[in-house]
Design a protein around this ligand. Structure first.
Ligand code: PLI
Length: 462
């Protein structure tokens, strides 16, 4: 007779070999530090942070295999063997024959934007990402958001909020003409929408429409394995497919990709630019020597490229991704116990608290998400980041603030770093701040840098 299984939870497919001590500080200390940091969590010293949920970028724990790989770094100026190992894996997992390494994702965005965009072009995309849009704008393009409306609604439970609205895309093509659209910029999952994926069906539809107009698709594959996981979980016909199979199919619709290796690949630094187009590749190879380093290292050490090559093999393991997304889901379900509002459905890399609803008494000009992130830090030393009006920046034409519908605080989970107990502590702190929300007053901006102001902007309490 078959044994009755009560329940079988997932657990991390690894155990901990090295630990890094962290320390709790006093509330008084944190109040002082956040004031010194201009109420910007990016300007805190990490030693003053207890649980760091600022980002999953470069903050991941590498595996013993990756650390061992670092020891076989070939630091030759030209032709490092680690470069060739990495290139083989870029071909194998993304299916792109041509590749140049870069020091991180935005360096690849810089190079590809300069190659593909002409002054006066339009680049449609499924919601903006900060560095991506900035490089597109600096290259002379206007970014046009063509994501479905549901993506801007934190309450919508649409399973594929990263989808492109075909009608919006068609309208843009009709309005400006296909010749003014060098490519469609697609990310998956969509970071600023709450880590929301696109569906394969939507990608195919976009591909078909763009093929008719000879417009290419380019993919921000920074967290592509998470998008592949959601397709496997949510899209009919993909249940039995493996993550590498789904990833390969996604990439097959694109002319090229850029990747911040600091996320999926579980390394601390690195970027990828890869394509099927030999001419674009040759230009990228040439530009990389101007801005990054020789085309066989692109601003990286040989050991970094080896860690990336091994990271590519580990990132497609189903159990790894399930545990990663499982942690984010766990955090969301714990927050539900206290009724804290966040973006639905729960995304791939982070929980996005809905600061607009939590601090509904503050106007967007008083920076509710910036305020909430600093309040959570003061309460417990948990560090998140603003993803709202500050991150959205100013309209380059009018100079006015952009007012995004989403005003969020992102709590991002570095891969393989924190335990469920850390999440419990973070949730208790957020719930405490939530219960005392009515007493919270907003902020005013006192220093604003020209580009990507969320990194270095400074604020004062109102
Ligand atoms: O931080 P970089 O330069 O390696 O990568 C830039 C970048 C590109 N695309 C996407 C979707 C990102 O999320 C991204 C960087 N994200 C950061 C730093 C984050 O905290 O989400």
């Amino acid at each position: 007779m078959a044994k009755k299984v009560i329940k079988r939870s997932w657990a991390e497919p690894f155990k901990i070999k090295v630990v890094e001590p962290i320390k709790m500080t006093t509330r008084e200390h944190r109040e002082k530090q956040i004031e010194i940091a201009g109420y910007n969590t990016f300007l805190l010293k990490s030693e003053d942070v207890y649980i760091d949920l600022l980002t999953d970028s470069g903050t991941n724990a590498m595996s013993d295999r990756q650390w061992a790989g670092m020891m076989v770094g070939d630091e030759a100026y030209a032709g490092s063997r680690n470069f060739y190992h990495l290139w083989d894996n870029v071909k194998k997992y993304y299916g792109m024959p041509y590749f140049v390494p870069t020091h991180q994702g935005r360096a690849a965005e810089h190079i590809i934007s300069k190659i593909l965009i002409k002054e006066g072009d339009f680049v449609p995309g499924n919601m903006y990402f900060t560095t991506t849009r900035l490089h597109q704008e600096l290259a002379g393009a206007t970014f046009v958001d063509v994501i479905i409306d549901e993506a801007h609604d934190p309450k919508s439970k649409h399973p594929f909020k990263g989808n492109i609205d075909l009608e919006k895309l068609k309208a843009l093509i009709e309005k400006v003409g296909a010749k003014k659209i060098p490519y469609v910029s697609i990310a998956g999952p969509v970071n600023m929408a709450g880590g929301q994926p696109f569906s394969m069906q939507n990608l195919r539809d976009v591909y078909d429409l763009c093929s008719k107009h000879k417009i290419k698709l380019w993919f921000d594959a920074t967290r592509a394995t998470e998008n592949a996981y959601f397709i496997k979980e949510r899209e009919a016909g993909y249940e039995e497919k493996s993550i590498p199979e789904i990833l390969k199919e996604i990439c097959s619709y694109f002319e090229g990709i850029w990747v911040s290796a600091k996320k999926d690949l579980m390394v601390n630094i690195g970027g990828i630019l890869a394509t099927k187009n030999k001419k674009v590749f040759e230009k990228a190879q040439n530009m990389v020597v101007v801005y990054e380093g020789l085309h066989t290292y692109g601003g990286l050490a040989g050991r970094d490229m080896e860690a990336m090559a091994i990271g590519l093999e580990e990132m497609v393991e189903f159990d790894n991704i399930r545990a990663r997304i499982g942690q984010v889901e766990y955090c969301g379900k714990e927050l539900d116990k206290y009724g804290v509002p966040y973006v639905l459905p729960i995304g791939g890399h982070a929980i996005f608290l809905d600061a607009k609803r939590i601090l509904s008494h503050l106007p967007q000009d008083a920076f509710p998400a910036q305020t909430l992130a600093s309040e959570i830090y003061v309460d417990s030393g948990v560090r998140g980041m603003e993803r709202g009006i500050v991150s959205a920046g100013r309209d380059p034409e009018t100079g006015e603030h952009r007012y995004p519908k989403l005003e969020l605080v992102r709590l991002t989970f570095p891969r393989r770093v924190y335990t469920q107990a850390h999440i419990d502590v973070a949730v208790e702190s957020i719930a405490t701040v939530y219960q005392n929300r009515k007493n919270i007053t907003g902020l005013k901006m006192i220093y604003e840098p020209e580009y990507l102001r969320f990194f270095q902007g400074r604020f004062e309490k109102l």
